[in-house]
Design a protein around this ligand. Structure first.
Ligand SMILES: *Cc1c(COP(=O)(O)O)cnc(C)c1O
Length: 227
């Protein structure tokens, strides 16, 4: 559905207001970035959101990312890849030169990505995805392996510039379990700050305020903006 500007303005204002409340409780100095996730919405709505001031946009599929980068080529946008990356889409993603790839979810993927990056003489900013609630349906490294995997990627794969971690909150109505998955991820992020990590990407429409309370500094919000 194509939304009018006033609807999108209202949605964006509402999200920003909530983020402000949440981040101020953490610290006045705690800055949170918003990645607007467009996967459920039309390109026209992304353009309108840009007119309202939004710059960072995320997609979870390489094909959709490519189409949208192309369609909004005239705007100075920052593009984020947030979904699972299939090995056969690596070259395509590299060509798209995303600002940040959130979903580096295994050592094997890091190895394959580094190899293709070297062949194209490119680099990529990435986050290591953590499967913070140990869910079988979710991608990512286990919390136990996260720090070692991060350091191994940083040492072995110079084309990958690791910037921090990403997680998707536990899939449950139980707020305490969701909170625990965010706390687990934030603890890993804190450990990795000495290795240069500066980004903790967690929080979606249903849980971004909780994620910020747990230390997130980048939220990925879709449906709350485009409803
Ligand atoms: C779809 C998606 C989001 C945004 O989800 P909403 O619930 O619509 O805010 C965030 N992160 C990832 C990885 C997604 O796939």
């Amino acid at each position: 559905m194509i939304l009018d500007k006033e609807t999108l303005r209202g949605n964006l204002d509402h999200v920003i207001w909530n983020i402000e409340q949440a981040r101020i409780k953490v610290s006045e100095h705690h800055i949170v970035r918003i990645v607007a996730v467009g996967k459920y919405t039309e390109i026209e709505n992304l353009r309108t959101l840009y007119e309202l001031g939004q710059r960072a946009f995320g997609e979870n599929q390489v094909q959709q990312l490519a189409e949208r980068i192309d369609a909004l080529d005239d705007l100075p946008l920052e593009w984020h890849m947030i979904g699972r990356l299939q090995t056969n889409k690596i070259n395509k993603l590299i060509e798209l030169r995303p600002a940040l790839m959130h979903s580096l979810d295994s050592l094997d993927l890091a190895e394959a990505l580094d190899k293709r990056l070297a062949a194209k003489d490119e680099t990529m900013e990435c986050l290591l995805q953590i499967n913070s609630a140990g869910e079988a349906t979710k991608a990512g490294v286990t919390p136990d392996a996260a720090v070692d995997t991060y350091q191994e990627i940083a040492e072995r794969f110079p084309r990958i510039h690791l910037r921090g971690v990403m997680t998707i909150g536990a899939h449950t109505e139980d707020t305490q379990i969701i909170q625990k998955s965010f706390e687990t991820t934030h603890a890993i992020y804190e450990t990795l700050q000495k290795d240069g990590a500066d980004t903790c990407s967690m929080g979606m429409s249903s849980d971004y305020e909780l994620a910020i309370a747990c230390g997130s500094n980048m939220v990925r919000v879709g449906s709350a903006l485009f409803q």
